[in-house]
Every structure is written in structure tokens, then in C-alpha cells.
Design a protein around this ligand. Structure first.
Ligand code: NAG
Length: 151
């Protein structure tokens, strides 16, 4: 079986980038097609958006950017697991299942981040996050054990 896990890294990056693109489109759609590209993370930029776009739109913008940042924050842990799993030679099936599940969980996480509107349903999002971290930890344990047995 071919091992596709390396492709999961750029795909993961795209999944993490998507909510940022969505955040930009949200602001543009309610702000005369204007997005401050000069200082996109500025405090004055946020204040201006907060003044000019409806509150629900701004809240969704915040959640989209938060989902985007969470993806980038999760990247090192995930990328390390893909690299180490392959370096120690975990099986193709294991690596495909791991990376495929991780991408599915991160997609679900992003959708839930954008869609959930109550504290109760937001816990589902946290569950998908925990499950994705569990997958990564599993690969580190498997890779670490294999490496320890050989060295
Ligand atoms: C402005 O808001 C965005 C979205 O919530 C956030 O990512 C960014 O950090 C904020 N900038 C500042 C300076 O707080």
C-alpha cells in the first residue's frame, strides 16, 4: 500500500488556512469590500471592523481567525508525528489511517468552530480537538517505542 501521509502536511496547512480566507471574506462582505491588508492584526484595525460590521459578523470573524490560529498552533505537534512515524518506519496503513483521521478531525473541528453557537455544542469542538491530539500522541508512542527497541 502506498504511504500517503506526507501529503497530509500541505493538506493540513490548507485546512488551517481556509478559516483565515473565510475571515477576510466575511469582513469584506460587510465592510464595503475593504480589508486592511497593511496591518491585518492591528488593534485599531479590529476596532474599525467592530465599528463597521454587524456584531454577529465580527464574532464569526473572531472565531474563524481563532480556528486558523489553532491550526497553526497544532502544526508542529502534527508535523513532528508525520515525520517521526515515517523515519522509524511505522507501516503505510498506520500512517495513512493516522494522517487521514487527523485531517478529518481537523476539518470537523473547523466546521464546528464556525457553526457552534452555544457553550454546550462548543464542547463537541473540544472533543474533536482532543481526539486529534490523541491520534498524534498515539503516533509518538508507537514511534518512540519502535525507536527505543532498535537503538
Ligand atoms: C484582532 O482580531 C483578530 C481576530 O479576533 C485577532 O486574530 C487579532 O489578534 C486581533 N488583534 C489584536 C491586536 O488584538
Amino acid at each position: 500500500m502506498p504511504n500517503y501521509s506526507i501529503f497530509s502536511i500541505p493538506l493540513f496547512w490548507l485546512i488551517s488556512l481556509y478559516p483565515h480566507a473565510y475571515a477576510i471574506s466575511l469582513i469584506k462582505s460587510s465592510n464595503n469590500n475593504k480589508w486592511d491588508n497593511l496591518n491585518p492584526r492591528g488593534i485599531a484595525t479590529n476596532a474599525s471592523y467592530q465599528k463597521h460590521v454587524p456584531a454577529e459578523c465580527y464574532a464569526l470573524f473572531e472565531k474563524a481567525e481563532a480556528a486558523h490560529k489553532n491550526g497553526l498552533e497544532s502544526a508542529p505537534f502534527f508535523v513532528g508525528a508525520v515525520v517521526l512515524g515515517n523515519v522509524v518506519g511505522l507501516g503505510a496503513l498506520t500512517m495513512n489511517i493516522f494522517s487521514g483521521s487527523y485531517l478529518a478531525l481537523r476539518t470537523l473541528y473547523t466546521v464546528l468552530y464556525l457553526r457552534c453557537t452555544t457553550q454546550e455544542t462548543s464542547r463537541l469542538r473540544s472533543l474533536t480537538w482532543m481526539a486529534s491530539v490523541g491520534c498524534v500522541v498515539g503516533v509518538y508512542v508507537a514511534a518512540g517505542s519502535k525507536w527505543a527497541g532498535k537503538h
